[in-house]
Design a protein around this ligand. Structure first.
Ligand code: AHG
Ligand code: MN
Ligand code: MN
Length: 347
Protein backbone atom coordinates (compact mmCIF):
# COMPACT_ATOMS: atom_id res chain seq x y z
CA UNK A 1 0.00 0.00 0.00
CA UNK A 2 1.61 3.31 -1.04
CA UNK A 3 1.93 5.88 1.70
CA UNK A 4 -0.67 8.62 1.92
CA UNK A 5 0.01 12.33 1.50
CA UNK A 6 -1.05 12.69 5.10
CA UNK A 7 1.55 10.20 6.30
CA UNK A 8 4.20 11.82 4.11
CA UNK A 9 3.45 15.27 5.53
CA UNK A 10 3.55 13.82 9.04
CA UNK A 11 6.97 12.29 8.35
CA UNK A 12 8.29 15.64 7.13
CA UNK A 13 6.92 17.65 10.02
CA UNK A 14 10.08 17.36 12.14
CA UNK A 15 12.51 19.22 9.88
CA UNK A 16 12.75 22.93 9.11
CA UNK A 17 10.68 25.88 10.33
CA UNK A 18 6.88 25.89 10.54
CA UNK A 19 6.57 22.27 9.41
CA UNK A 20 3.29 21.65 11.22
CA UNK A 21 1.66 24.76 9.78
CA UNK A 22 3.06 23.87 6.37
CA UNK A 23 1.64 20.34 6.51
CA UNK A 24 -1.71 21.72 7.61
CA UNK A 25 -1.78 24.22 4.72
CA UNK A 26 -0.89 21.55 2.14
CA UNK A 27 -3.70 19.35 3.51
CA UNK A 28 -6.15 22.22 3.08
CA UNK A 29 -4.86 22.93 -0.45
CA UNK A 30 -5.33 19.26 -1.34
CA UNK A 31 -8.92 19.30 -0.13
CA UNK A 32 -9.51 22.46 -2.19
CA UNK A 33 -8.05 20.75 -5.27
CA UNK A 34 -10.47 17.84 -4.84
CA UNK A 35 -13.33 20.33 -4.62
CA UNK A 36 -12.20 22.09 -7.79
CA UNK A 37 -11.74 18.76 -9.57
CA UNK A 38 -15.34 17.85 -8.72
CA UNK A 39 -16.52 21.16 -10.18
CA UNK A 40 -14.50 20.54 -13.35
CA UNK A 41 -15.73 16.96 -13.72
CA UNK A 42 -19.33 18.09 -13.32
CA UNK A 43 -18.71 20.64 -16.06
CA UNK A 44 -19.78 23.36 -13.65
CA UNK A 45 -23.23 21.80 -13.27
CA UNK A 46 -24.39 23.47 -16.45
CA UNK A 47 -22.53 26.77 -15.98
CA UNK A 48 -19.95 27.35 -18.66
CA UNK A 49 -16.64 27.24 -16.75
CA UNK A 50 -14.72 28.43 -19.80
CA UNK A 51 -16.93 31.48 -20.31
CA UNK A 52 -15.10 34.80 -20.40
CA UNK A 53 -16.06 37.43 -17.85
CA UNK A 54 -16.03 41.18 -18.30
CA UNK A 55 -13.02 41.51 -16.00
CA UNK A 56 -9.31 41.16 -16.68
CA UNK A 57 -6.75 40.14 -14.05
CA UNK A 58 -3.58 42.00 -13.02
CA UNK A 59 -1.69 40.49 -15.96
CA UNK A 60 -4.30 41.78 -18.41
CA UNK A 61 -5.78 38.33 -19.20
CA UNK A 62 -9.54 38.04 -19.56
CA UNK A 63 -10.80 36.06 -16.57
CA UNK A 64 -12.69 32.84 -17.20
CA UNK A 65 -15.45 31.65 -14.88
CA UNK A 66 -13.21 28.84 -13.58
CA UNK A 67 -10.35 31.26 -12.80
CA UNK A 68 -12.62 33.03 -10.35
CA UNK A 69 -14.12 29.85 -8.86
CA UNK A 70 -10.58 28.45 -8.34
CA UNK A 71 -9.37 31.66 -6.72
CA UNK A 72 -12.25 31.53 -4.24
CA UNK A 73 -11.78 27.84 -3.40
CA UNK A 74 -8.05 28.22 -2.72
CA UNK A 75 -8.46 31.44 -0.76
CA UNK A 76 -10.87 29.57 1.54
CA UNK A 77 -8.20 26.89 2.02
CA UNK A 78 -5.63 29.54 2.91
CA UNK A 79 -8.09 31.18 5.32
CA UNK A 80 -8.53 27.87 7.15
CA UNK A 81 -4.74 27.59 7.60
CA UNK A 82 -1.99 29.57 9.34
CA UNK A 83 -1.57 31.97 6.40
CA UNK A 84 -0.88 35.67 6.84
CA UNK A 85 -0.89 36.74 3.19
CA UNK A 86 -2.54 35.36 0.07
CA UNK A 87 -1.21 36.58 -3.28
CA UNK A 88 -3.12 35.43 -6.35
CA UNK A 89 -2.85 35.87 -10.10
CA UNK A 90 -6.52 36.76 -10.02
CA UNK A 91 -6.25 39.58 -7.47
CA UNK A 92 -4.31 42.81 -7.97
CA UNK A 93 -3.07 43.09 -4.39
CA UNK A 94 -2.10 40.51 -1.74
CA UNK A 95 -4.89 39.83 0.75
CA UNK A 96 -4.14 39.86 4.48
CA UNK A 97 -5.68 36.86 6.27
CA UNK A 98 -4.17 36.14 9.72
CA UNK A 99 -1.76 38.99 10.29
CA UNK A 100 0.46 37.16 12.78
CA UNK A 101 0.60 33.78 11.04
CA UNK A 102 3.96 32.43 9.80
CA UNK A 103 3.17 31.59 6.16
CA UNK A 104 2.38 33.35 2.89
CA UNK A 105 1.07 31.69 -0.24
CA UNK A 106 1.31 32.84 -3.84
CA UNK A 107 -0.96 31.05 -6.25
CA UNK A 108 -1.98 30.64 -9.86
CA UNK A 109 -5.42 29.24 -9.04
CA UNK A 110 -6.04 28.02 -12.58
CA UNK A 111 -3.14 27.44 -14.94
CA UNK A 112 -4.01 26.84 -18.57
CA UNK A 113 -7.22 28.87 -18.72
CA UNK A 114 -7.33 28.71 -22.51
CA UNK A 115 -7.66 24.91 -22.23
CA UNK A 116 -10.73 24.86 -19.94
CA UNK A 117 -13.26 24.58 -22.76
CA UNK A 118 -11.34 21.90 -24.60
CA UNK A 119 -11.13 19.31 -21.81
CA UNK A 120 -7.34 19.46 -21.77
CA UNK A 121 -5.44 19.26 -18.46
CA UNK A 122 -5.35 22.43 -16.37
CA UNK A 123 -3.82 23.01 -12.95
CA UNK A 124 -3.16 25.07 -9.84
CA UNK A 125 0.37 26.24 -9.00
CA UNK A 126 1.39 27.34 -5.49
CA UNK A 127 4.41 28.72 -3.68
CA UNK A 128 4.65 28.85 0.12
CA UNK A 129 6.95 31.45 1.68
CA UNK A 130 7.94 32.31 5.24
CA UNK A 131 6.74 35.61 6.72
CA UNK A 132 9.28 37.62 8.69
CA UNK A 133 8.37 40.54 10.95
CA UNK A 134 9.60 43.09 8.42
CA UNK A 135 7.04 41.81 5.89
CA UNK A 136 4.05 42.49 8.13
CA UNK A 137 4.18 46.25 7.69
CA UNK A 138 3.98 45.95 3.89
CA UNK A 139 2.56 42.60 2.68
CA UNK A 140 3.83 43.22 -0.87
CA UNK A 141 7.39 42.64 0.33
CA UNK A 142 6.74 39.05 1.41
CA UNK A 143 6.32 38.14 -2.26
CA UNK A 144 9.56 39.89 -3.19
CA UNK A 145 11.67 37.14 -1.62
CA UNK A 146 13.66 35.05 -4.11
CA UNK A 147 12.28 31.60 -4.89
CA UNK A 148 15.15 29.96 -3.01
CA UNK A 149 13.29 31.01 0.16
CA UNK A 150 10.25 28.85 -0.65
CA UNK A 151 9.37 26.43 2.15
CA UNK A 152 7.30 24.31 -0.18
CA UNK A 153 5.95 24.54 -3.71
CA UNK A 154 4.01 22.45 -6.13
CA UNK A 155 1.11 22.10 -8.47
CA UNK A 156 -2.07 20.11 -8.95
CA UNK A 157 -3.00 18.76 -12.37
CA UNK A 158 -6.68 18.30 -13.18
CA UNK A 159 -6.31 15.79 -15.99
CA UNK A 160 -7.21 12.17 -16.56
CA UNK A 161 -5.75 11.86 -13.05
CA UNK A 162 -5.77 14.40 -10.25
CA UNK A 163 -2.10 14.71 -9.32
CA UNK A 164 -0.13 16.71 -6.80
CA UNK A 165 3.52 17.40 -7.62
CA UNK A 166 5.08 18.59 -4.37
CA UNK A 167 8.41 19.58 -2.93
CA UNK A 168 9.01 20.61 0.66
CA UNK A 169 12.70 20.99 -0.16
CA UNK A 170 13.45 17.30 0.15
CA UNK A 171 13.08 15.97 -3.39
CA UNK A 172 10.01 16.18 -5.60
CA UNK A 173 7.21 13.72 -4.97
CA UNK A 174 4.04 12.95 -6.89
CA UNK A 175 0.75 12.04 -5.25
CA UNK A 176 -2.43 10.83 -6.92
CA UNK A 177 -5.98 11.33 -5.70
CA UNK A 178 -7.74 8.01 -5.07
CA UNK A 179 -11.49 8.62 -4.91
CA UNK A 180 -12.07 5.25 -3.18
CA UNK A 181 -9.63 6.17 -0.43
CA UNK A 182 -10.80 9.76 -0.33
CA UNK A 183 -7.32 11.26 -0.40
CA UNK A 184 -3.94 11.41 -2.09
CA UNK A 185 -1.39 8.58 -2.05
CA UNK A 186 2.19 8.54 -3.23
CA UNK A 187 2.54 7.69 -6.93
CA UNK A 188 6.20 8.52 -7.57
CA UNK A 189 8.34 8.87 -4.45
CA UNK A 190 11.28 10.78 -5.88
CA UNK A 191 11.46 12.33 -9.32
CA UNK A 192 14.74 12.55 -11.23
CA UNK A 193 14.75 14.60 -14.44
CA UNK A 194 16.82 13.03 -17.18
CA UNK A 195 19.90 15.16 -17.85
CA UNK A 196 19.64 14.83 -21.59
CA UNK A 197 16.57 16.17 -23.37
CA UNK A 198 14.89 14.51 -26.33
CA UNK A 199 11.85 16.81 -26.44
CA UNK A 200 11.23 20.53 -26.39
CA UNK A 201 8.19 22.68 -25.65
CA UNK A 202 7.68 26.17 -27.00
CA UNK A 203 4.85 28.12 -28.60
CA UNK A 204 6.40 28.18 -32.07
CA UNK A 205 3.79 30.59 -33.43
CA UNK A 206 5.90 33.35 -31.84
CA UNK A 207 8.98 32.43 -33.90
CA UNK A 208 9.09 35.73 -35.76
CA UNK A 209 8.97 37.69 -32.49
CA UNK A 210 11.89 35.86 -30.81
CA UNK A 211 15.41 37.18 -30.34
CA UNK A 212 18.01 35.74 -32.73
CA UNK A 213 19.49 33.57 -29.97
CA UNK A 214 16.18 31.81 -29.31
CA UNK A 215 15.60 31.34 -33.03
CA UNK A 216 19.09 29.91 -33.46
CA UNK A 217 18.58 27.48 -30.60
CA UNK A 218 15.23 26.24 -31.96
CA UNK A 219 16.58 26.13 -35.53
CA UNK A 220 19.30 23.78 -34.32
CA UNK A 221 16.76 21.51 -32.62
CA UNK A 222 14.58 21.47 -35.73
CA UNK A 223 17.54 20.61 -37.94
CA UNK A 224 17.77 17.38 -35.94
CA UNK A 225 20.19 14.75 -37.13
CA UNK A 226 21.14 16.91 -40.13
CA UNK A 227 22.09 19.91 -37.97
CA UNK A 228 24.74 20.73 -35.39
CA UNK A 229 23.01 18.67 -32.70
CA UNK A 230 23.30 15.53 -34.82
CA UNK A 231 20.16 13.97 -33.35
CA UNK A 232 16.41 14.39 -33.67
CA UNK A 233 14.16 16.13 -31.16
CA UNK A 234 10.43 15.73 -30.68
CA UNK A 235 8.11 18.64 -29.89
CA UNK A 236 5.18 18.87 -27.40
CA UNK A 237 3.28 21.98 -26.25
CA UNK A 238 0.16 21.54 -24.12
CA UNK A 239 -0.42 25.21 -23.32
CA UNK A 240 -0.89 24.36 -19.63
CA UNK A 241 2.54 24.66 -18.05
CA UNK A 242 1.61 22.18 -15.29
CA UNK A 243 1.14 19.42 -17.88
CA UNK A 244 4.29 20.34 -19.80
CA UNK A 245 6.24 20.40 -16.54
CA UNK A 246 4.97 17.03 -15.39
CA UNK A 247 5.91 15.45 -18.71
CA UNK A 248 9.41 16.90 -18.41
CA UNK A 249 9.74 15.60 -14.84
CA UNK A 250 8.80 12.16 -16.12
CA UNK A 251 10.80 11.84 -19.30
CA UNK A 252 13.08 14.85 -19.56
CA UNK A 253 12.94 17.72 -22.03
CA UNK A 254 13.10 21.48 -22.07
CA UNK A 255 10.36 24.12 -21.82
CA UNK A 256 10.84 27.68 -23.05
CA UNK A 257 8.70 30.77 -22.73
CA UNK A 258 11.20 33.46 -23.67
CA UNK A 259 10.70 37.19 -23.88
CA UNK A 260 9.73 38.31 -27.37
CA UNK A 261 9.06 41.38 -29.47
CA UNK A 262 5.28 41.57 -28.99
CA UNK A 263 3.92 44.46 -27.02
CA UNK A 264 4.02 43.56 -23.32
CA UNK A 265 6.05 40.37 -23.90
CA UNK A 266 9.58 41.71 -23.39
CA UNK A 267 9.75 39.48 -20.31
CA UNK A 268 7.62 36.71 -21.73
CA UNK A 269 4.23 35.74 -20.40
CA UNK A 270 4.82 33.74 -17.24
CA UNK A 271 4.79 35.20 -13.75
CA UNK A 272 7.85 34.75 -11.55
CA UNK A 273 6.26 34.45 -8.11
CA UNK A 274 3.41 31.99 -8.65
CA UNK A 275 4.39 30.24 -11.90
CA UNK A 276 8.17 30.19 -12.49
CA UNK A 277 9.34 29.92 -8.86
CA UNK A 278 7.25 26.92 -7.80
CA UNK A 279 7.99 25.11 -11.07
CA UNK A 280 11.71 25.89 -10.73
CA UNK A 281 11.68 24.63 -7.12
CA UNK A 282 10.11 21.28 -8.11
CA UNK A 283 12.34 20.90 -11.18
CA UNK A 284 15.55 21.68 -9.25
CA UNK A 285 14.53 19.36 -6.44
CA UNK A 286 14.26 16.66 -9.10
CA UNK A 287 17.76 17.39 -10.42
CA UNK A 288 16.75 19.68 -13.29
CA UNK A 289 17.40 23.39 -13.78
CA UNK A 290 15.51 26.63 -14.44
CA UNK A 291 16.82 29.94 -15.77
CA UNK A 292 15.52 33.22 -17.13
CA UNK A 293 18.25 32.92 -19.75
CA UNK A 294 20.83 34.68 -17.60
CA UNK A 295 20.04 34.01 -13.93
CA UNK A 296 18.96 30.95 -12.00
CA UNK A 297 15.21 31.54 -11.50
CA UNK A 298 15.37 30.83 -7.76
CA UNK A 299 17.98 33.59 -7.24
CA UNK A 300 15.93 36.37 -8.84
CA UNK A 301 14.41 38.97 -6.50
CA UNK A 302 10.87 39.57 -7.79
CA UNK A 303 9.90 43.18 -8.40
CA UNK A 304 6.38 42.43 -7.28
CA UNK A 305 3.68 39.79 -7.03
CA UNK A 306 2.81 39.91 -10.73
CA UNK A 307 6.29 40.40 -12.24
CA UNK A 308 6.89 38.45 -15.42
CA UNK A 309 9.98 36.45 -16.33
CA UNK A 310 11.36 34.66 -19.33
CA UNK A 311 11.46 30.99 -18.35
CA UNK A 312 13.49 27.99 -19.49
CA UNK A 313 13.39 24.82 -17.41
CA UNK A 314 13.94 21.09 -17.63
CA UNK A 315 16.86 18.76 -18.27
CA UNK A 316 19.99 20.30 -16.82
CA UNK A 317 22.32 20.02 -19.78
CA UNK A 318 19.72 21.47 -22.13
CA UNK A 319 18.90 24.42 -19.85
CA UNK A 320 22.62 25.18 -19.55
CA UNK A 321 22.91 25.04 -23.31
CA UNK A 322 20.10 27.57 -23.79
CA UNK A 323 21.88 29.88 -21.34
CA UNK A 324 25.05 29.57 -23.46
CA UNK A 325 23.16 30.56 -26.60
CA UNK A 326 21.72 33.55 -24.72
CA UNK A 327 25.08 34.59 -23.25
CA UNK A 328 27.25 34.28 -26.31
CA UNK A 329 25.61 35.88 -29.33
CA UNK A 330 29.06 36.24 -30.88
CA UNK A 331 29.19 32.49 -31.26
CA UNK A 332 26.05 32.73 -33.36
CA UNK A 333 27.66 34.83 -36.06
CA UNK A 334 30.25 32.09 -36.45
CA UNK A 335 27.53 29.48 -36.77
CA UNK A 336 27.50 28.43 -40.38
CA UNK A 337 27.46 25.04 -42.06
CA UNK A 338 31.25 25.25 -41.97
CA UNK A 339 31.39 25.93 -38.23
CA UNK A 340 28.17 24.07 -37.42
CA UNK A 341 29.99 21.46 -35.42
CA UNK A 342 31.61 23.86 -32.98
CA UNK A 343 31.65 22.23 -29.58
CA UNK A 344 29.33 24.90 -28.16
CA UNK A 345 26.44 23.56 -30.18
CA UNK A 346 27.10 19.88 -30.34
CA UNK A 347 25.65 17.52 -27.76
P1 AHG B 1 -2.68 31.09 -17.20
O1 AHG B 1 -3.78 30.22 -17.71
O2 AHG B 1 -2.52 31.01 -15.70
O3 AHG B 1 -2.71 32.49 -17.73
O4 AHG B 1 -1.29 30.45 -17.69
C1 AHG B 1 -1.13 29.98 -18.99
C2 AHG B 1 0.34 29.96 -19.25
C3 AHG B 1 0.98 28.58 -19.23
O5 AHG B 1 0.32 27.58 -18.57
C4 AHG B 1 1.17 28.23 -20.66
O6 AHG B 1 2.32 27.49 -20.81
C5 AHG B 1 1.21 29.56 -21.34
O7 AHG B 1 0.58 30.48 -20.51
C6 AHG B 1 0.52 29.52 -22.67
O8 AHG B 1 0.74 30.73 -23.29
P2 AHG B 1 0.41 30.93 -24.84
O9 AHG B 1 -1.07 30.95 -24.94
O10 AHG B 1 1.07 32.24 -25.16
O11 AHG B 1 1.03 29.77 -25.60
MN1 MN C 1 -0.65 30.10 -15.37
MN1 MN D 1 -4.02 31.29 -14.13
Amino acid sequence: MPSSLDAYLGSQSGSGPHRQELADLIRHLSAAAVKLRNTIIAGGGGDNLGASREATNAGGDVQKELDVVADRVFMEAAKASRVAFFGSEEQDEPVTLKKDAPLAIAIDPLDGSSNIDTNVSVGTIFSILPVADEHRADPKTVFMQPGSRQLAAGFFIYGPQLLLVLSVGNGTHVFIFQPGFGGFVELRPSMAVEERAKEFAINASNYRHWEPQVRAYIDDLLAGSEGPRERDFNMRWVGSMVADCYRILLRGGVFLYPGDGRKGYARGRLRLVYEANPVAFCVEQAGGAATDGVNRILDVEPEGLHARTPLVFGSKREVERVARYMADPSALSERSPLFGKRSLFRS
